[in-house]
Design a protein around this ligand. Structure first.
Ligand SMILES: Cc1cc2nc3c(=O)[nH]c(=O)nc-3n(C[C@H](O)[C@H](O)[C@H](O)COP(=O)(O)O)c2cc1C
Length: 206
């Protein structure tokens, strides 16, 4: 698939069918992730891959608890809202299933430093900026393989708890969970907010 086609086709997907991705394809996609630019030249990234249902339950246990009480409220008030509210209404009830039902969960870890928690300039956040380049490469490579990805940002202590469960060293942080799988046939299309470059470009001065 052409790069531009992958860029335009990539969408966060929260419904998967039960087809399993061969591990070689996962490896190829992570290799694409590893081609991302890196602030320290060291590519201090590690990936924990989860595919066994028991392991999935284990790493996702902190999500299940948070989501369920909100579901009915979200269904009632957010289905007729703005595109952001509709996205929320589609996303929140699926935070657990969009990862559990994915063929594989990729946990991308990056090596952190004290600057990430106490930034004094944008460059303090370089470790987190670099891992997001990796994550986007993964999304695009998955799209090129006709696969799709979900993602969730861990909230509160969730990321630290997941890191402990998978034995990640203390200095490694989890920026998000990635679910990767074959999209379900009945995948709802979540409305996009679209902009054109013309609306966003400022030549010379804003
Ligand atoms: C930094 C960041 C955080 C996000 N957090 C979540 C999340 O916690 N759960 C979720 O379901 N989607 C999450 N998303 C996905 C967005 O909802 C999604 O990218 C957005 O609705 C645009 O849709 P698209 O990616 O299909 O173009 C996140 C995306 C980004 C870039």
């Amino acid at each position: 698939m052409d790069l531009y086609e992958a860029i335009y086709k990539r969408r966060i997907t929260r419904d998967f069918n039960d087809k399993i991705i061969p591990d070689e394809i996962i490896e190829k996609i992570i290799d694409a992730g590893l081609q991302a630019p890196t602030h320290d030249h060291l590519r201090n990234w590690e990936f924990v891959i989860i595919k066994d249902p028991k392991d999935k339950e284990n790493v996702l246990q902190f999500i299940k608890k948070g989501v369920e009480p909100q579901l009915e409220i979200l269904k009632q008030i957010l289905t007729e809202g703005t595109p952001q509210q509709k996205m929320y209404a589609a996303a929140m009830p699926r935070q657990y299933s969009m990862l559990y039902n994915a063929s594989h969960i990729i946990l991308p870890f990056f090596k952190s430093n004290s600057g990430v928690f106490h930034p004094n300039s944008v460059s303090s956040l370089n470790p987190i900026s670099s891992i997001w380049c990796v994550i986007e490469n993964i999304f695009l490579a998955a799209t090129a393989e006709n696969l799709a990805c979900s993602m969730r940002i861990p909230v509160g202590e969730e990321g630290l708890n997941v890191a402990k469960i998978v034995n990640a060293p203390d200095e490694y942080l989890l920026p998000c969970y990635i679910g990767i799988g074959y999209p379900a046939d009945e995948c709802p299309i979540v409305e996009q907010v679209q902009y054109t470059a013309k609306e966003k470009m400022h030549f010379g001065k804003w």
